[in-house]
Write a new protein. Structure first.
Length: 375
């Protein structure tokens, strides 16, 4: 890999010669501007506005545009007099935990390669020190005419440096978050947690730029004189409610699939007979021999058994209704009892009269027979 900067790492009194190499590369497909009528290239030329002519690179200098639009020329000599101690040095200023660095500050990434054999030992020393301390190094360096902030960390067996933005270059997230008053229910959080668990982890090496691949297919088809492939129709984004319902269904399906895979062989279930419940056998009323008093008593007994138990939790109205029903039942039972007694007395009187008549007839017959014998 070609180095873009040569210098040294200043680690206390230790100096480590290094080369700066780009750690990333862009695979984006770039296009040129052309004239649509004849396909000619469109190029930008540097023209002086005052003289209205194209100028060469040697005639071009630097200037600072003031607030009123006036230009203040700045020469390389002016910049060379600036006291920049990090002109060719990556000066380590501190070692901090990695979680202290806000990812918003991270910019371009570089590899620091040891420059020559003398740099191997101090390079390895710094790398192992970073590994054992579980920290990163914060450093200052100058690149392309300006002083920058960097973070050094270990990547494999190499030391990488991330360019960092200065703290005052990171904007505060004011007006970005939604205003207050939004409430998230526990059920929605549970669904979000279930979705994250369902998606799980992924190997970042499996991810690729599908858009770039599609553009390359179009370019290859056009170069071969073929018709470019048709674009796939993308599904229209659904509403939030539809999305939540779809996520809920997908999470449910994933859980059912996972439970089916994790479930082992089905074991034979042990069947146990449940103990039979005790049934309350109600005694049937005794059959009566036709006596009304016994039938009346049986009816009273059945009425008492059928009468529901009073509940202490009933309202006063229910209690009054129950009491009046009880009094009415008692009065009815008393009336029936009195009627039964009267009927019994009448029956007894009838049997007494019959017995009296029989005895009277017998005595009269005996007297008549004795009179006949006397005559």
């Amino acid at each position: 890999m070609r180095s873009i900067w040569n210098g040294a790492i200043s680690f206390g009194l230790v100096s480590i010669p290094i080369k700066l190499v780009n750690a990333t590369e862009s695979h984006a497909v770039s296009f040129r501007q052309i004239h649509t009528e004849d396909g000619g290239r469109i190029r930008y030329r540097k023209v002086c506005e005052l003289e209205d002519r194209e100028v060469t690179q040697a005639e071009i200098g630097k200037a600072y545009e003031d607030a009123d639009g006036s230009m203040i020329p700045i020469t390389d000599e002016d910049l060379s007099q600036l006291p920049i101690p990090t002109a060719r040095t990556i000066e380590i200023v501190a070692f901090v935990p990695e979680d202290r660095i806000d990812p918003l500050q991270m910019g371009s990434a570089y590899y620091l390669a040891a420059s020559g054999a003398p740099a191997a030992k101090p390079y390895t020393l710094l790398r192992e020190a970073l590994k054992r301390s579980n920290r990163v190094a914060i450093a200052k360096f100058a690149l392309r005419g300006r002083e920058r902030l960097g973070m050094l960390r270990v990547v494999g067996d190499a030391i990488a440096m991330h360019g960092l933005l200065w703290p005052d270059e990171v904007r505060a997230p004011e007006g970005v978050a939604p205003e207050g008053g939004v409430t998230v229910r526990d059920q929605e959080l549970d669904l979000a947690d279930a979705l994250m668990d369902t998606l799980g982890e992924i190997d970042l090496d499996d991810l690729h730029d599908e858009y770039r691949e599609a553009v390359e297919e179009v370019v290859a088809a056009k170069a071969a004189g073929e018709r470019p492939p048709e674009a796939r129709e993308e599904a229209a984004p659904g509403k939030v409610l539809d999305l939540m319902a779809a996520l809920e269904n997908s999470v449910r399906a994933a859980r059912e699939s996972r439970d089916g895979e994790e479930a082992g062989p089905v074991e034979e279930a042990e069947v146990r007979s449940l103990p039979q419940r005790k049934t309350s056998s109600r005694r049937a009323p005794k059959e009566t021999g036709g006596k009304k008093s016994t039938s009346t008593a049986a009816k009273k007994t059945a009425a008492k058994k059928a009468e529901p138990k009073k509940s202490t939790a009933k309202s006063g109205t229910a209690r009054a209704t129950s009491a009046s029903s009880s009094r009415a039942g008692a009065a009815s039972a008393s009336a029936k009892k009195t009627a039964a007694k009267g009927t019994a007395k009448k029956a007894a009187a009838r049997s007494t009269a019959k017995e009296t008549a029989k005895s009277t007839g017998r005595s009269t017959a005996k007297k008549t027979a004795s009179r006949r014998r006397s005559a």
